[in-house]
Design a binder for this molecule. Structure first.
Ligand code: ZN
Length: 92
């Protein structure tokens, strides 16, 4: 198990065992982001998928999530906000 100083939370924590994505972004996440922050992203991702009713098999949804994972973990680029005024109006 590898411990790093996480870029997002600043704590010394364990990294992911596996690459979350098979590319540069995945390698960067594994090198710089701890498991706790990754778990937070997974929860956020689930909210986004539900909120926007994303079909993760589509390229659009994958692009959307990649944009948001970068914004969420590294604070770069634009994050899409969840409109909380719509809360409770979603069909889960
Ligand atoms: Zn972290």
């Amino acid at each position: 198990m590898t411990e790093i100083s996480c870029t997002r939370c600043g704590e010394e924590r364990a990294t992911l065992d596996k690459l979350p994505f098979p590319d540069n972004l995945g390698a960067r996440i594994q090198a710089e982001i701890c498991r706790i922050c990754w778990d937070e992203w997974l929860q956020r991702q689930m909210q986004l998928i539900n909120h926007y009713a994303l079909d993760v098999r589509t390229a659009e949804a994958r692009d959307f999530l990649r944009r948001n994972v970068e914004a969420f973990l590294f604070g770069s680029g634009e994050a899409d906000e969840i409109d909380t005024s719509q809360e409770g109006k979603l069909s889960w």
